[in-house]
Design a protein around this ligand. Structure first.
Ligand SMILES: Cc1ncc(COP(=O)(O)O)c(C=O)c1O
Length: 406
């Protein structure tokens, strides 16, 4: 059994011993935890234990052990994200959770679903399809989205500008506001509580797309004021791939309709509450869900605050070094209220996919180069195994690539 990591305090000390808990291929500098967050050894071992238990007697496991373990894991997750377990259900990933919300959401012809101009492409597709089915509309194509101010101003003024931009985009037909807690292409932390307050005042429900916020931010979902929250634990929490959750506020429990219908629960075979429908989704390997507590234990052992400070320190280090290299400033204030463990930096215009390929093939660096709006960005994710030397390697390699492009 792998050791649990020791508690950390100094954010700028040498944490490189933690890299031994991950298992990267030699020669890879992995700076994309934000897309696919690999799990440390202790979490992989916990998952292997669950799988061994399952395989040693599937009948006993599924019929007699699974549900108790599922609800215990749900309780632990609830304590971590500030939600009653009764308001949570495990799902494969954020995408699945978003589809559950879209499947049962009461949309009618002429209704509108509002997204911001920073949303994840697959989320946009989910809501486009839900709208097209009933003659509703996603207000998200360019020009009709809640186009947010660019760059973001700091402090109260910056928050107000975001809230006002969303406010202006809400119409009497808007039924739902969907926004990322932390955005994918641009890595911005949105003011979730303020946006929820606005939506409530305007009589609009809110669905937050939160996969980047789990572990990055302290969450208190029951207090946040959202109606739905979808997330993946296989990003920043480093739980096994295929572990996500859906939060639904109690006022909408009766309305949830799952797209994949099975028994709901094994015992009793009839579901008694909304989340029961997601407990048994047909025979599948639930070990990723059951290992979420092990992922929380891992970060707890390091110290969750220290984890946040350390990864923000590294993201800030990357920000400053890349700004220095390109002469272009990030468009979020240099403030932990606006970005956490991940930062997106504008690059001179050029071929994004070609740059991403060259960084990987030429220098062993895995990090996305994304197009957003008219610009090209490099997005850098920092986790416990990341070191300033990794960032220096990225900056030196990026410098060579940009010089060759010029
Ligand atoms: C903002 C955002 N939402 C949703 C997703 C989808 O997450 P998953 O693939 O785990 O469902 C991602 C993935 O990167 C994302 O960045």
């Amino acid at each position: 059994m792998p050791n649990s990591p020791t508690r950390r305090t100094d954010v700028d000390a040498d944490w490189s011993d933690l890299r031994a808990d991950w298992d990267f291929r030699p020669g890879v500098t992995y700076l994309n935890h934000g897309s696919f967050g690999p799990a440390p050894a202790a979490v992989r071992a916990a998952q292997a234990d669950w799988q061994r238990r399952l395989q040693s007697n599937p009948m006993d496991f599924y019929v007699r052990e699974y549900e108790e373990a599922y609800f215990a894991a749900c309780e632990r997750l609830g304590a971590f994200v500030g939600a009653a377990a009764a308001n949570l259900a495990f799902v494969e990933n954020s995408t699945y959770g978003m589809n559950v919300v879209a499947h049962g959401f009461p949309l009618a012809e002429g209704d509108e679903v509002l997204l911001t101009d920073h949303e994840y492409g697959a989320v946009l597709r989910v809501w486009r399809r839900a709208c097209e089915r009933v003659g509703a509309k996603v207000t998200s194509a360019k020009g009709t989205t809640a186009t947010l101010p660019y760059p973001f101003a700091g402090g109260e003024e910056g928050l107000k500008a975001v809230v006002e931009a969303v406010d202006r985009a809400i119409t009497p037909r808007t039924k739902l506001l969907v926004f990322s807690h932390i955005t994918s292409p641009t890595a911005v932390i949105f003011p979730a509580a303020e946006l929820c307050r606005l939506a409530r005042e305007r009589g609009v429900r809110v669905c937050i797309d939160g996969p980047h916020a789990v572990a990055t931010l302290p969450l208190a979902l029951d207090a946040l004021g959202c109606d739905y929250y979808t997330a993946s634990c296989h990003k920043w929490l480093s739980a096994p791939l295929g572990s996500g959750f859906l939060y639904v506020h109690p006022r909408w429990h009766g309305e949830i309709e799952v797209p994949v219908l099975s028994w709901g629960r094994i015992q009793p075979a009839t579901p008694e509450r909304w989340s029961d429908e997601l407990v048994w989704q047909g025979t599948r390997d639930p070990s990723a869900y059951l290992s979420v507590p092990a992922a929380i234990d891992y970060l707890d052992a390091v110290g969750i605050e220290a984890y946040r400070e350390r990864t923000h320190f590294l993201a800030q280090y990357a920000r400053r070094k890349i700004e220095e290299l390109t002469g272009r400033e990030a468009f979020v204030p240099d403030d932990a209220d606006w970005y956490g463990s991940m930062i997106a930096l504008p690059l001179p215009s050029g071929d994004g996919p070609a740059l991403q390929r060259r960084l990987r093939v030429g220098f062993g660096i895995e990090t996305p180069v994304v197009a957003w709006g008219e610009r090209r960005y490099i997005r850098v994710s920092c986790h416990l195994y990341t070191t300033t030397a990794d960032v220096d390697h990225l900056v030196a390699s990026l410098g060579i690539c940009l010089r060759d492009e010029a």
